[in-house]
Design a protein around this ligand. Structure first.
Ligand SMILES: [Zn+2]
Length: 388
C-alpha cells in the first residue's frame, strides 16, 4: 500500500484497508494458508499473521485443522468463519413475510416464510408477524453460533436511496414509509440496534442469482402478484439514478388494457402478474394452475402462454435498451413450467434486434431468492468492508 502518510490516522487507514484485503483474499481462496494470503496480497508474512489474528479475534475468519501428511510444520488453513457474524434478510411481500440468516460465506443457515394477510392493512400488520418469524430464525441461527451483524429488508415496491418505501402499488397503505427505521424498530428486541437497510425485492433476488453464479450481465424478473426486475451489469446491480430502476411490471404492453394499481392502464402486471393469469386460467391457485398446465388443459395453457408472451414483449424492450444477454425468470414464474418460459423465449427471440442469442432460463432458487439476496448483501458488505 502506497500513498498513505505515516502517522496515527494514516496507519489506521492502512490497517483497515489491509484487513479488508486479507479478508477478501480469504473469502476468494478459502481454504487458504497464511503464506498464500501473503503471496496473493503482496503483504509480508508478519503483517498477514498480525492481521489474521485480528480477524480471528473478531470472528471473521476461522482456522481449520492443520493439513496432515505434509512434511514440515503443519499449517492451519483459513476460511471465513461459519459461526460468528451473520447477515439477516427479511421480506415483506404482498401476502407473506419471511426471514433468513446466512453465514459469512453466504450459505443459508435458517430460512422461514409464512402467509400474512396484510395487503390492505397499515404497516404494523406486517411488522408484527415479521418480528415473530425473525425471532424464530435468529434463535435457530444462534443455536449454530451465528449472531446477526446487520439486516436488509426486501420490499415489493420503489425504495429510494434513503430506505424510504416511496410506493408499493400492491401495498396501498405503505406510502412514503421509512421502512429501514420501521423494520429496525420492530426487530430491535430481537437483534438489537444493528443497521437495517431496505431494498427492492427484485433487485435483491437478482443479487442472490449473482451469488449462485448467474454470470456478470443478466436481467432477473421476479413474478408474483407484482412483476419486478433486477438488472446486473458487469457483476454489479444497476439501480438507476435514485435506486428505483426495474419497475418492469409497470411497462405498458397494451395501452388500452385494464387499469393497473399504479393508476396507469395495460401495464405488464395486468397480463403477467399472478392474479390476472389465475383469472384467465379459471383456477384458484398456483398449484392448480401448474397441475392443469402439465396435464395440457387448453384454457390454462392459453393463460400461461399469453402471460409469457406479454412478459417476452416487455423483456425484449428492456434487453434492446440495455444490451443484456441473459434473462432469469424467478419468483413464482418457475412454477409455470416450460410452457411459460418457452413463450417468453419465443417473443424475446422475435423482438431482440441483435444477432447473438439471448439465454432465457428459470431460476433454481425458488421464491426465497429475495430473502437470500437481502441476507447475502449484508455479509457481502461485511466481507468487502471488513470490521471497523
Ligand atoms: Zn401499473
Amino acid at each position: 500500500v502506497t500513498g498513505a502518510r505515516p502517522g496515527p490516522a494514516g496507519q489506521a487507514t492502512v490497517r483497515r484497508h489491509n484487513l479488508a484485503l486479507v479478508l477478501r483474499t480469504v473469502a476468494a481462496e478459502e481454504p487458504v494458508s497464511r503464506a498464500r494470503v501473503a503471496a496473493r496480497t503482496g503483504l509480508t508474512r508478519g503483517t498477514v499473521s498480525s492481521l489474521v489474528d485480528e480477524l480471528l479475534a473478531a470472528g471473521f475468519v476461522a482456522e481449520l485443522s492443520p493439513a496432515r501428511g505434509v512434511p514440515g510444520r503443519p499449517a492451519s488453513p483459513l476460511q471465513l468463519n461459519r459461526a460468528g457474524p451473520a447477515g439477516l434478510g427479511v421480506e415483506i411481500g404482498v401476502d407473506a413475510v419471511g426471514a433468513c440468516v446466512v453465514d459469512l460465506s453466504g450459505t443459508v443457515r435458517a430460512l422461514r416464510t409464512v402467509r400474512s394477510g396484510h395487503r390492505d392493512e397499515p404497516p404494523a400488520a406486517a411488522l408484527e408477524p415479521l418480528a415473530r418469524l425473525t425471532a424464530e430464525v435468529v434463535a435457530e441461527a444462534g443455536g449454530q453460533g451465528l449472531r446477526v451483524a446487520g439486516a436488509v429488508a426486501a420490499l415489493p415496491g420503489v425504495v429510494g436511496p434513503d430506505g424510504v418505501l416511496e410506493r408499493a402499488p400492491n401495498l396501498p397503505r405503505w406510502h412514503d414509509v421509512d421502512v429501514a427505521a420501521r423494520v429496525g424498530a420492530a426487530l430491535a428486541p430481537v437483534v438489537g440496534d444493528v443497521v437495517v437497510r431496505a431494498g427492492n425485492e427484485a433487485d435483491l433476488a437478482a443479487l442472490a442469482e449473482r451469488e449462485a453464479g448467474a454470470g456478470p450481465d443478466f436481467l432477473h424478473v421476479s413474478g408474483g402478484i407484482g412483476v419486478g426486475a433486477g438488472v446486473v451489469l458487469g457483476g454489479r446491480p444497476f439501480h438507476g439514478a435514485g435506486g428505483r430502476a426495474g419497475e418492469l411490471g409497470h411497462v405498458v404492453v397494451d395501452p388500452d388494457g385494464p387499469p393497473c394499481s399504479c393508476g396507469g392502464r395495460g401495464c405488464l402486471e395486468q397480463s403477467a402478474g399472478l392474479e390476472p393469469v389465475l383469472r384467465a386460467a379459471g383456477v384458484a391457485d398456483l398449484d392448480a394452475l401448474a397441475t392443469a398446465v402439465e396435464a395440457g388443459d387448453a384454457r390454462c395453457v392459453a393463460a400461461v402462454t399469453g402471460a409469457g408472451r406479454a412478459l417476452g414483449v416487455a423483456v425484449a424492450g428492456a434487453l434492446n435498451l440495455l444490451d443484456v444477454p441473459a434473462v432469469v425468470l424467478g419468483g413464482a414464474y418457475p412454477r409455470l413450467g416450460p410452457t411459460f418460459a418457452d413463450a417468453v423465449e419465443q417473443e424475446v427471440a422475435l423482438r431482440v434486434v441483435w444477432r447473438s442469442p439471448v439465454t432465457v432460463r428459470v431460476s433454481v432458487l425458488g421464491e426465497g431468492a429475495a430473502l437470500r439476496g437481502a441476507a447475502q448483501s449484508v455479509v457481502r458488505e461485511l466481507v468487502d468492508g471488513a470490521p471497523a
